[in-house]
Design a protein around this ligand. Structure first.
Ligand code: GLN
Length: 384
């Protein structure tokens, strides 16, 4: 008899797969999983088609197509005045998820501790568990989901090997200020701790605020991995292409792992992204305004509803508080209620917690949708 010992015995199917499947089953409006319902830029799709038709169909360099790495370096130069060496400090990966996974595999050993802030993106804790390390979950403080720095100070000990930061933050839309980063620097500067900074929503920051990358702080430059995703930036989540940036020393151990986790990213996708980024630099410059309009439309259309909200500062997610509508339901049941009774699907926030509070009556909606979808969604929600 074969004995199977799962390494993640309590792990079910991700909430994103579950909710998208439910939306399909019920033929409901899907504002759960984070992906746009509109087409990517025509020139980008054409560049992909051109790349496949003209021979870019075999393995790419393991570290990524150099011209795409150069485009990533160019972004950091323009935005943060940072010199990043595309050869030794940038790796293109098939999505941000494998970059996060590889960075954890590369740095964290069995018995180490990794601090994560709850609600935390669902891939972090399983990736930590798979190396035999312990995730130390620190809840962010509602309603603005700021960090309680005293709790972080108390959680750090000799076993702490990594702290995972996510700004702009999925699912809450909170962003880290310069002061947040300075607090973190103070707490870790004389310790052997690496920062893994998940910045996949780096270009989606609203109300004139600024995204601070971990890389922009000289004190963190030597001890951070920054992970990004072209999927969010170019409306192509299904192209699963991301990147990782770190010093040559950190990148060397990252690549030791990554080359066997995946070896290389998808060639024609990298060719297309590099070409598009070079030809259309305005795409990224206009992105925050593009999504802020969607956030504002979504939020303003809910003004007369019984949901309440704190406007999202970044990402393409908006959380709504439903305690005035169904205080009797927990957020998972509220999502089922909305899907089954009203034909709209959201994501419960509690699934991103190790220990969700009973009082959390929040559900997350993705506003990366056409005006038509957003109008339809807010009409449904206003009638609840
Ligand atoms: N990051 C996306 C979200 O938060 C989903 C990614 C996934 O489906 N794994 O909705």
């Amino acid at each position: 008899m074969l004995k199977i010992h799962s390494k993640l015995p309590a792990q079910g199917v991700t909430i994103f797969s579950q909710m998208t499947a439910m939306a399909q089953r019920l033929n409901a409006l899907n504002l759960s999983q984070g992906f746009p319902d509109f087409a990517p830029p025509q020139a980008l799709v054409e560049a992909l088609s051109h790349a496949t038709l003209h021979g870019s169909n075999q393995y790419a360099a393991g570290d990524g197509l150099l011209s795409l790495r150069q485009q990533v370096a160019q972004q950091f130069l323009q935005r943060d005045q940072l010199q990043i060496d595309p050869i030794h400090e940038i790796t293109i990966t098939p999505g941000a998820t494998i970059a996060l996974f590889s960075a954890i595999q590369a740095i964290v050993h069995a018995g180490d501790e990794v601090i994560v802030f709850d609600p935390s993106y669902d891939s972090y804790a399983p990736s930590i568990a798979l190396v035999g390390a312990k995730a130390v979950h620190i809840p962010l403080m509602a309603p603005h989901f700021h960090v309680d720095w005293n709790r972080v100070a108390n959680a750090i000990n000799a076993k702490t090997r990594m702290i995972i930061v996510n700004t702009p933050h999925n699912p809450t839309g909170a962003i880290w200020s310069k002061q947040d980063w300075q607090q973190l620097i103070q707490l870790i500067q004389n310790r052997n701790i690496v920062v893994l900074s998940d910045e996949v929503y780096e270009h989606l920051v609203y109300d004139g605020q600024q995204h601070y990358s971990a890389l922009s702080f000289p004190e963190l430059r030597e001890r951070c991995f920054v992970v990004g995703s072209f999927g969010k930036t170019f409306h192509v989540t299904g192209w699963k292409t991301g990147y990782c940036v770190a010093t040559p020393e950190l990148m060397r151990v990252f690549r030791q792992v990554y080359q066997f986790a995946n070896f290389c990213g998808v060639t024609p996708v990298q060719v297309a992204l590099a070409q598009y980024m070079q030809e259309y630099p305005e795409h990224i410059q206009q992105l925050a305004r593009f999504y802020q309009q969607k956030r504002d439309l979504f939020n303003a259309s809910l003004a007369a509803s019984r949901f309440t909200l704190t406007p999202s500062q970044g990402t393409y997610f908006q959380s709504l508080d439903y305690r005035a509508i169904r205080p009797d339901l927990n957020d998972v049941d509220m999502c089922h209620f909305l899907a089954e009774q009203h034909g709209i699907v959201a994501i419960p926030i509690s699934v991103f917690y190790q220990q969700p509070s009973e009082d959390l009556k929040l559900i997350r909606f993705c506003f990366a949708k056409t005006e038509q979808t957003l109008t339809q969604a807010t009409q449904i929600l206003s009638a609840v």
